[in-house]
Design a protein around this ligand. Structure first.
Ligand code: HEC
Length: 244
């Protein structure tokens, strides 16, 4: 029997596969930069291994905006393959500090890619959203993203219990949501093994769970307010024993 999970994964993989520089694509870079980014690429670049993550990100953002050194055109092409420079700089930084060329499994890379892509889009949508009018839309996007993460991550399933999720005490307005999603995104950017990434996803599911519970609370309150009172007039059945 074919491995159904694998078949499903591959179909999904093809659907979401936009080129993105992640660890899987680091082999594109090493021929010029060295296995641990320890070389001056083509004798021109800085030694990336000596750069901080912020400096790497600044260089990538530069290329994205058409700025850089004499051979910038080479790198503009590389950077434009990526979804975002946050994830890319985190990957490069980690790779340059990890001796050798150990790559995570294809499955991990696929999972990480999927999350980064989803969270990146979500962040952009939240930034563009109207704080009041678009709240419902954003909440529903978060819920469906959380569901997708949940379905494809067995480790996550062990750590999440929907029944015990509570409405959040914090006020989750659009700004607070953006902050939470950004922090989850940064957490995923900096995860390189299953046990790291699952922690970020737990945070994201907590956010989605709180938002869902908040919605539930509102709906219940509304239902309660709209319910006509139980008839207690002449000939009414005494309901009190049943309502306890
Ligand atoms: C064909 C060779 C080549 C390949 C392949 C290549 N680079 Fe570069 N890279 C360069 C050169 C040359 C520069 C300096 C460009 C300039 O003039 O700004 C550079 C610059 C950089 C910088 C900024 C360093 C600085 O000098 O400010 C980073 C970060 C970087 N590359 C990362 C990568 C990553 C990640 C990949 C793979 C996805 C990659 N490069 C692929 C040649 C290459």
């Amino acid at each position: 029997m074919p491995n159904l999970k694998k078949v499903k994964m591959t179909t999904l993989a093809m659907l979401v596969m936009t080129p993105m520089i992640s660890m899987a694509d680091m082999d594109r870079c090493v021929s010029c930069h060295g296995v641990d980014f320890e070389k001056k690429a083509l004798g021109v670049s800085k030694i990336v291994k000596n750069m901080s993550e912020q400096e790497i990100k600044a260089a990538l953002d530069g290329y994205k905006n058409g700025l850089g050194g004499p051979m910038k055109d080479l790198m503009i092409k590389e950077v434009n393959l990526g979804v975002d420079t946050d994830a890319m700089s985190a990957d490069i930084y980690s790779e340059s500090r990890t001796p050798g060329f150990d790559e995570p499994s294809d499955e991990f890379i696929f999972q990480k890619r999927l999350s980064i892509r989803t969270l990146h889009k979500l962040k952009n949508n939240i930034k563009k959203a109207d704080a009041k009018k678009d709240m419902k839309k954003i909440v529903s996007q978060i819920k469906s993203a959380a569901f997708t993460m949940y379905v494809y991550d067995d480790l996550l399933k062990e750590k999440i219990n929907f029944k015990t999720m509570k409405p959040s005490d914090k006020k989750l307005d659009m700004n607070a949501i953006l902050k939470e999603v950004s922090s989850v995104k940064s957490c995923v950017d900096h995860s390189f093994i299953d046990t790291e990434i699952v922690k970020c996803r737990v945070d994201f599911l907590d956010l989605a769970g709180s938002l869902a519970r908040n919605e539930e609370k509102k709906i219940k309150a509304k239902q309660k307010a709209n319910k006509p009172p139980i008839y207690t007039g002449t000939d009414s059945v005494d309901m009190t024993p049943y309502l306890k």
